[in-house]
Write a protein that binds this ligand. Structure first.
Ligand SMILES: C[S@@+](CC[C@H](N)C(=O)[O-])C[C@H]1O[C@@H](n2cnc3c(N)ncnc32)[C@H](O)[C@@H]1O
Length: 445
């Protein structure tokens, strides 16, 4: 099957029905697919802070425009409001407040409320088609209906906002059974801000825990909300293009989530390896033993001490990890390192922050594929922490000052090399701009 672009072709996959094969060699950073959202919702925590149409934050000094009908949707301006009015809001506005105040809605859990509102937006949009609810050939609706259904048996469809004309019950069910294993978390600077339906992306991309591509989101007032799939490393012609459905750092829980929510056992190289280890050795509880584990991990990955002065990041294959380090695959280990890093960076305990931050970097290098955007984000955080650590040094010598600057510069340049490949996503002022600002501070110093 051709996919409407000159990059991918769908061919049969032994387990996943189809797979998207690249038609030509793609360089890291290449745009593989750009596709608009078919339906989307902001997370409840973002409502009133972002535009409900394009998901952007209001420009400095401006405030959002509130729908005077329901009082529950906010927009950048009249254009975004008009666009959403015609896309779905005119079928929702009148009933929204009563629906969301109803016991049926209020008794839903957070993820069920998200599904209920996303389904309501989708149905309202379909009610406005020239033939309501009818899939036309190759339309986003027909692609969505052709997606593999969720493996969860007898899913009960959440209540939806009353919409006229009333959607057929079997359509409601068919749409909802595609939600769990096909929908996407929409993020800005890698932080989730909403959920969305992108039928073509769902039809094309299978999952891998060592993906060669990743989704980013473009929020534009004139263009709306789009997903862009980017090659995060060079992809050979004929290679399958995969994205991660889950954070590959979920080394233990992902197996169950992929089976229960997506209906498959992941056989990527990382999963095969982690499964082959069986029960992981216990994580040490004594602080000195944990420090020792961190030191051994850094040494194995090739970061010998807390200072990393290298032009490129080392790389290590997961499969070569010695058994003495298998305990680092406990998810609790990564959470504890990242908790210590953020807390100590925030509280000004920079030595501890840098120590745990570098160990966390070693763990990221081991677990994430090279070029994975989270590694770039972490390097930027390390650069900020290193810079702040330099600022609070009492009476630093010239040598100490230049060491701090050099180290910060190295982190920034490594962060840039990864984040430039992923490219800008979401809100305007993002990590790439932060890198620029920090680099200019280094020059001024
Ligand atoms: C978003 S769809 C992906 C497109 C799908 N291949 C198709 O032909 O429509 C998600 C579904 O594809 C299948 N799938 C995705 N990645 C897979 C993988 N790595 N191994 C096996 N099945 C996979 C699962 O059935 C999952 O619920």
């Amino acid at each position: 099957m051709l996919t409407g672009n000159d990059t991918l072709r769908l061919v049969p996959h032994p387990k996943a029905r189809d797979q998207a094969i690249s038609i030509k060699k793609l360089e890291a950073g290449s745009l593989i697919l750009s596709t608009p959202s078919f339906a989307s919702i902001l997370l409840a925590t973002q409502k009133g802070h972002r535009c409900d149409t394009c998901f952007r934050l209001p420009a400095d000094g401006t405030s959002l425009r509130r729908c005077t009908g329901c009082g529950s949707y906010w927009y950048c301006d009249l254009d975004c409001q008009t666009e959403q009015w015609h896309a779905h809001h005119k079928r929702i506005c009148k009933n929204y407040t009563k629906f969301t105040a109803s016991l049926a809605f209020q008794s839903l859990r957070v993820h069920e409320r998200n599904d209920s509102l996303l389904l309501s937006h989708l149905l309202a949009h379909l009610s406005l088609l020239s033939t309501p609810y009818a899939p036309e050939d190759s339309s986003p609706l027909s692609i969505f209906l052709s997606l593999l259904p969720s493996p969860v048996p007898d899913m009960s469809v959440p209540p939806v906002c009353p919409i006229s004309p009333t959607p057929p019950l079997d359509l409601l069910r068919t749409l909802y059974t595609r939600f769990g294993n096909n929908n996407f978390a929409i993020h800005s600077h890698l932080t989730t801000i909403g959920h969305g339906v992108f039928p073509l992306a769902s039809r094309l991309f299978n999952h891998s825990c060592v993906p060669n591509a990743a989704a980013r989101y473009s929020l534009s007032p004139s263009h709306g909300l789009w997903m862009e799939v980017i090659a995060i490393r060079d992809i050979l012609s004929g290679e399958e293009t995969c994205i991660p459905y889950l954070d590959p750092a979920m080394t233990q829980s992902r197996h169950q989530i992929l089976e229960l929510t997506y209906g498959f056992r992941c056989d990527c190289s990382a999963c095969l390896y982690i499964r082959s280890l069986g029960t992981l050795p216990e994580l040490p509880t004594e602080p000195t033993e944990l420090d020792d584990l961190g030191r051994q991990l850094r040494e194995f990955v090739g970061i010998k001490d807390t200072l990393l002065l290298a032009p490129t990041l080392p790389s290590k294959s997961l499969e070569s990890t010695p058994s003495s380090l298998h305990a680092v695959f406990h998810e609790a280990y990564m959470s504890s390192l990242s908790g210590t890093f953020s807390r100590c960076s925030h509280d000004g305990d920079y030595d501890i922050a840098l120590d745990s931050g570098i160990t966390l970097l070693a763990l990221y290098i081991l677990i994430y594929p090279p070029g994975y955007p989270q590694i770039g984000m972490h390097l930027l955080e390390l650069a900020k922490t290193q810079w702040n650590a330099g600022i609070v040094l009492p009476n630093p010598s010239t040598e100490e000052r230049s060491k701090v600057k050099e180290q910060t510069r190295v982190y920034l340049s490594l962060a840039r090399s990864i984040l430039q490949i992923y490219g800008p996503e979401g809100d305007d002022v993002g990590p790439l701009q932060e890198i620029k600002i920090l680099e200019s501070l280094l020059i001024e110093e």
